[in-house]
Write a protein that binds this ligand. Structure first.
Ligand code: IMP
Length: 427
């Protein structure tokens, strides 16, 4: 380290949970800094399979302090549930810390997301992300974790804004999108009491600042992927938050020059959920096979993910705008089950790099493919890249030549330890 950023390089679901779980043992502090419970990070380790939505995937390492920092939008009811699920598995939450400045996802945000999706479909996770960010930008109607510290004042503001939103939701969409005021408030208060009493809400900045000063190893765990960024992604089919490496510094207050590794996580193929352009999408039985082999169903919503070939034009775009120092490539073992593999290396008629202007016509763009050999066999016994079959080494070389940064970590299976090389380069 000392500071390593792990950021999705595609449309989310790149396998960031697995990579963070692998790297966590080296980190003194792990910070989740963006997104909300629209994210779903899957890890498989000694606690079995876990799907985390808000808590950093480093929580399984009892030595690390895990922080939820201010860029994360929190649904406290779902956070309480996630915490209790971990406790039931025997995972300690002693080292969890939550920033008082995280914004809260309120019941009317979820209701508005649901109402809006029926009229204007983006394919959101229906977790209330967009409406929560609207409230944050508006300021007047926003709630933060620190508002839970005085529950009397919180209850009064909750009532006022609940009633306003109830009217607005009925006008804009339909009645019945929220439960009764009493029920919604009670759920909130119970979760608030749970969070407050556990002592998890604290001055996280102080912890981060001291760790940076002492040059302790810090891992910054991003959610979603760059192509879902609201400024740089495939607008409007994106999420409502900053999904760029630079956001890791912005939301943690860590100086940019403290960052040593800025790792983009990419799947060896490509998936997306929700609406939006996807030039290398595979339709029909081949796509179904990839979905089944890769278990490509949303960790948050259970929706089947759209599956396709790796698109190097989009990966190079993500690498460039994030200034990634390297790529961690996941699910290589899954792709290797196909005897013939396609790799998107361009678009018909486009003789330069892709940019955001092209995103407006991305659904009409036709990919150019390079055909490569698959059938890589079982990779879990390999520790070093040189041991891989030549066909896989060729695949990796083509990627590196194209995106002009190295692939430094290769995930060869879903369990902890299935990674090449062992991730001690971060020491
Ligand atoms: P929202 O973030 O729920 O508003 O959804 C906006 C878009 O981002 C939709 O296409 C979602 O499917 C997508 N999205 C949000 N979070 C994730 C994620 O963690 N993985 C993959 N797609 C996501």
């Amino acid at each position: 380290m000392p500071v390593t950023i792990v950021m999705g390089a595609q449309w989310g679901d790149e396998g960031k949970g697995k990579i963070v779980d692998e790297l966590a043992s080296k980190a003194h502090i792990i910070v989740r800094f963006n997104g909300g419970d629209n994210a779903g990070h899957t890890t498989i380790n000694e606690f079995g399979e876990s799907k985390l939505h808000l808590i950093p995937c480093g929580i399984f390492n009892p030595q690390s302090i895990c922080i939820i920092e201010r860029g994360v939008l929190i649904n406290i009811i779902n956070l309480e549930k996630e915490m209790k699920d971990l406790l039931d598995k025997g995972v300690s939450l002693r080292n969890l810390r939550i920033s008082p400045f995280c914004h809260l996802i309120m019941p009317w945000h979820i209701a508005a997301d649901k109402g809006a999706e029926k009229k204007f479909k983006i394919g959101t996770t229906l977790k209330g992300i967009g409406p929560c960010v609207e409230a944050k930008a508006n300021r007047r109607f926003a709630f933060r974790i620190c508002d839970l510290l005085d529950l009397k004042v919180f209850g009064e503001k909750f009532r006022e804004i609940f009633l306003l939103n109830e009217k607005e939701l009925r006008l804009l969409y339909e009645p019945g999108l929220m439960k009764s005021f009493e029920e919604e408030l009670e759920n909130f208060i119970l979760a608030a009491i749970y969070l407050r009493e556990g002592g998890w809400i604290t001055n996280t900045q102080d912890i981060i600042h001291k760790a940076v000063k002492k040059e302790k190893p810090i891992l910054l765990e991003g959610a979603q992927g760059t192509l879902l960024d609201w400024n740089w992604g495939t607008f409007p089919y994106n999420t409502s938050s900053d999904v760029m490496s630079i956001a890791a510094c912005m939301f943690t207050g860590i100086p940019m020059n403290a960052v040593k590794h800025n790792i983009g996580i990419a799947k060896a193929y490509l998936t997306r959920v929700g609406e939006g352009p996807f030039p290398t999408e595979i339709f029909g039985p081949e796509g179904d096979t990839l979905r089944k082999l890769g278990k490509e169903f949303g960790a948050t919503t259970g929706r089947p993910r759209r599956c396709g070939w790796l698109d190097l034009m989009l990966l190079r775009y993500a690498a460039r705008i994030n200034n990634f120092t390297s790529i961690a490539l996941t699910k290589v073992d899954i792709l290797g089950k196909f005897p013939v593999i396609k790799l998107g290396i361009g678009y018909k008629g486009l003789k330069r790099d892709i940019n955001e202007l092209d995103f407006m016509k991305l659904e009409k763009m036709e990919p150019v493919y390079r055909i490569m050999e698959g059938d890589w066999g079982n990779l879990s016994r390999f520790r070093w890249r040189e041991e891989f079959p030549k066909t896989l080494r060729d695949y990796l070389n083509v990627i590196e030549d194209f995106i002009e940064i190295p692939v430094t970590l290769i995930s060869t299976g879903e369990s902890r330890g299935n990674i090449v090389p062992p991730p001690n380069f971060l020491a």
